[in-house]
Each structure stands twice: as C-alpha cells, then as structure tokens.
Design a protein around this ligand. Structure first.
Ligand code: ADP
Ligand code: GLC
Length: 492
C-alpha cells in the first residue's frame, strides 16, 4: 500500500520529543512489511542539511514551494521536504522563535504545510507517485483532510488517518485566522473547525479524517471523558467508531544497552555487570559523588506541566537532602521549572545533577546509569522514556495514566511473586502518592540481596514493545479505510 506519513518532526532530521521518534520508526516498520511508506515534513534548514541524496522537484507552477526528495539518514526511507522558504527557512526549534515563544505565523506555516501535503497526495505536485493513505500527525496536520478534499476535487482521493500524540496542543487561533487562511465559510460552526469561537486545527483533524488514532489504549479511553478530553471529548465520543488506541513501539536499534554507542559499557539481561560502569560514568559526568550503593533516580524530558517535574522536585528534595538518593536530570522547557531544577542542584551539589538543554547522549546515559526512572506525568498519551528505561534495566516509577498505565506492571507483592512486575506505579498524581511509590522502590532496592530487585530489572528488560506490533495494527486500519477513500470524508 502507498502511505504518505505527514509530520512536523522526524528523528534524524529534527526532533523536539516523542513524535520525532514515532515518525522515524513507524514508516520504517511499515516498509519492513513491504508497504510503500514515505515521509513528508517541512524543509527546516537542519532537515535539509541532514537529508541524504537530495533531489529537487519544482512543485506545482502556482505554488510558492518546491519539494526536496531524499532519504532519512541511515535508512532507505524516502522523504519529501516541503521547501517553502518564507515559512520554514528558520533555524532552531520548529515551532518557536529563539525567545521560546511560538512563531506568530504558526497557523499560516502549518496550514501551508498541510496544503502542500494535500497537493502531493492528490498527485498535483509533479511526482510520479500518489498515496492511497495520507497519515497526518497532531495539530500541525489537522487541516489536511480539508485541503485534501479541495485538492482532489471530484477525482478519487486518498483516505486520511489522523493520530493524536498529545491533545494538549490543539493549534488554537483567533477566528479571523480561519478567514485569513481562506477556509470555506461553511466549516465555521461547532460541527466544523470552530472551537469556542476559535479556530482549532486539532478539531479539524478529528472531525474530517476518515479514521483517528491515539498512541495508547488507555489514553484513547481517557480523552473521551471530560476530565482528560480538553474540551474535545464530545467530538471523540461522536467519532468513537473510527477512533482507536494503538500503543507506540520502541526503536531497539537506537535504544538497547547491548549496542548503545553513547553509554560507557554494554550490558543485557544475561549480564548486568556493565550497568555499574554506566552508573559510575553518569555520576562523574554530572558531578555526583561516585557511590555504587546510593539509589540514583533519573529523569529525561520536556520541562512542562504535563511531565510533573514539580512533583518530582518536591519529592526528591528532602530525599536528596537526607542523602538517601541522587538525582540525575536532563531537560528543557518552562523557565520556572528549569530554574527550580537548577536551584535544587545548587542546593545539593554531589547529590543532584541537572543539565538544562537537549542532549541526546546524556538521555541515553541517564537511561543506562540510573537505578530508577521517574515519570510522574499528570497525563501521558504514550510516553517513550519509560519503555526505554524498561529495556535499560532501570525500573520506571510512573503515574498510572495513559500509556504509562498500559506499559508498566506495578511491583505489588503478588506481581513480584509471579515475576510480572516491571516498575512502580501510583495514583493520584500527588506528592504523597509519588513519595509512597518511591519509598516502595527504595525499600526493594535496599533489600536487593533477596534477588527480587534483579528480577524486576530483568523482567523489564525482557519486555518487547517492538514497532512491528503497532505497524500491523496501523496496516489493518489503513486496509479497512482504503476502499472508503473513493467517497472521501462524508462530512465535507
Ligand atoms: P514527549 O513526546 O511528550 O516529549 P516521550 O516520552 O514520548 O515524551 O518522548 C520524549 C523523547 O524526547 C524521548 O526520546 C526522550 O529521550 C527525548 N527527550 C526529551 N527531552 C530531551 C532532552 N532534554 N535531551 C534529550 N532527549 C530528550
Ligand atoms: C507526545 C506525547 C507522548 C508520546 C509522543 C509520541 O509528545 O506527549 O506521550 O509518547 O507524543 O506519540
């Protein structure tokens, strides 16, 4: 099947979070299943620079963009970059200016991107190729099904699949933007693109795509309820018959302690000895006291409300103060959270090591060198770091929500006895609940002479969240929707 996978970030070209990991893995897994999957994203300068074997296609005559075709580094994955200089020739983060604020023309930028994708998909861009499925991701691709209808006219049209990676980012803009973008006036109502008098890119994707997915079964259920639905639960319930939760996978070529070039020593479930070397190396790198016996708690992630950094700092501070744990953090995001993390490390030198910024090798070194991995996310559509930490023998401590609830088996006495436990989970998302879970983890760690800690690590390391499972589920979905493609989305 021919599948065009549209996304605003792809690991290997440009990355801010998990969407990039998914975008680099799922299409590759589909190709392994002999499907003709191809990627399309905006031509950010760093993406252009990293693309392998680039060839330029002029694009439609009346369009201000051209297409650069090439390959994802290290793969044979075909990639198209929408080269629209006015919108995408900007260095750094794809969504924000250097002051951390969203670009003021993000609506125009990603509407432009979606429109270009639609023209490519409708075989209007001079490529000798057109997809049967267009798979868009997150709000940046929300307008795709609308533009797809427009681009296909009365001709046949590919089916559209839309994946929610995070419902918290909706692409909300003032009402005037809908006019400025030239969206059909009849779409301006609550059953269209209007969300409380604002334009919602996310809602457009949910209303008009042929099928919708999100990245874990639990998150799929949660966001159909008012508590987690961010105002769109009603829309999701109305489309429940075409809405599915498909758990993300892990790219074990990039995340496996047996062959990770970023870490100090290789190890695996049959020989854990290298992990101690990784712990010592991490302690040295972050200026922590080099002590093999103190429990080292790690965290990697965007520093935003969602990730529960405030809970983590509140619980870790007294534990670090008492010399009961060390803490290793890498992340960036909200200034207040960055400052709080920095302040904690200055207050407890040798016990709390913080690196503010985006650092790929350090993310791997924390996964490998820590004893425990904290993910107290308030909500988490899927979460990839807990899956990485399982593979690295670093039991995760997670709030039982979304994908975290679907992937971590809490170390209750029963689950430990049955050999099913892989980590520690807690609810609600409060300081005492996280504190209790950490105390349970520390108690088991200190009792490691009884063998249960090592068993917990090994059970986690043996879990398999290979992308092939998810790729199979997506393929089934594509097949189900392909024939209906001819008629297009009925609502439009
Ligand atoms: P989200 O997509 O919400 O950010 P995920 O857990 O799905 O959360 O994925 C986050 C990805 O981004 C992981 O691959 C993680 O290692 C990476 N990451 C996040 N912050 C950083 C950072 N500061 N440095 C390096 N990698 C990071
Ligand atoms: C989002 C979510 C995260 C998910 C990732 C990839 O950024 O916050 O939970 O793992 O997308 O789907």
């Amino acid at each position: 099947m021919r599948i065009l996978f549209a996304t605003s970030e792809v690991y290997g070209l440009v990355k801010t979070g998990g969407l990039a990991d998914v975008s680099a893995s799922l299409p590759v897994a589909l190709r392994r299943r002999r499907q003709d999957a191809r990627l399309i994203l905006p031509a950010y300068p760093e993406a252009v620079q990293r693309l392998r074997r680039p060839v330029t296609h002029p694009g439609p005559e009346d369009a201000p963009w051209q297409l650069i075709e090439g390959h994802l580094p290290g793969t044979r994955m075909p990639v198209y970059l929408v080269d629209w200089p006015e919108y995408f020739q900007r260095a750094g983060n794809p969504y924000t200016a250097s002051n951390g604020q969203d670009w003021p023309d993000n609506a125009q930028r990603f509407a432009g991107f979606a429109r270009a994708v639609a023209r490519v998909a409708a075989d209007d861009a001079g490529l000798d190729w057109a997809p049967e499925i267009v798979h868009g991701n997150d709000w940046q691709c929300g307008l795709l099904p609308i533009y797809l209808r427009e681009a296909c006219g009365t001709g046949s049209c590919p089916a559209s699949v839309f994946t929610i990676h995070n419902l918290a980012y909706q692409g909300l803009f003032p009402a005037e933007t809908a006019t400025a973008l030239g969206l059909p006036a009849e779409l301006w109502h609550p059953d269209g693109v209007e969300f409380h008098q604002q334009l919602s890119f996310m809602k457009a994707g949910l209303m008009f795509s042929d099928a919708i997915t999100t990245v874990s079964p639990t998150y799929a259920r949660e966001i159909q309820q008012p508590e987690h639905g961010m105002g769109l639960d009603g829309v999701l319930r109305a489309r429940a018959n075409v809405f599915h939760g498909i758990l993300n996978g892990v790219d074990y070529r990039a995340w496996d302690p047996a062959r990770d070039p970023h870490i100090a020593a290789a190890y695996g479930p049959d020989d854990l000895s290298g992990k101690a070397t990784c712990k010592a190396a991490l302690q040295r790198r972050l200026g922590l006291a080099e002590d093999p016996d103190i429990p080292l708690l790690g965290h990697v992630g965007r520093m935003v409300e969602q990730k529960g950094m405030d809970l983590l700092l509140a619980v870790a501070a007294p534990l670090a103060e008492a010399g009961r744990i060390q803490l290793a953090l890498v992340g960036s995001g909200q200034t207040d959270l960055e400052h709080a993390a920095g302040a904690l490390s200055r207050a407890h030198p040798g016990r709390v090591g913080v690196h503010i910024g985006y650092d790929e090798p350090l993310a791997h070194q924390i996964e490998a060198g820590a004893d425990l991995f904290a993910m107290p996310s308030r909500f988490e559509p899927c979460g990839l770091n807990q899956l990485y930490s399982l593979r690295y023998g670093t039991p995760p401590v997670v709030h039982a929500t979304g994908g975290l609830a679907d992937t971590v088996v809490d170390a209750t006495p029963e689950a430990l006895a049955d050999g099913r436990a892989t980590g520690f989970s807690f609810t609600p998302d409060s300081i005492p609940a996280l504190g209790d879970a950490l105390e349970r983890a520390l108690a088991l760690y200190h009792a490691r002479a009884d063998g249960r800690w090592e068993q917990l690590m090994r059970t986690g390391m043996q879990q398999n969240f290979d992308w092939q499972v998810a790729a199979g589920a997506y393929l089934e979905l594509y097949r189900e929707h392909r024939p209906r493609a001819r008629a297009g989305a009925s609502a439009l």
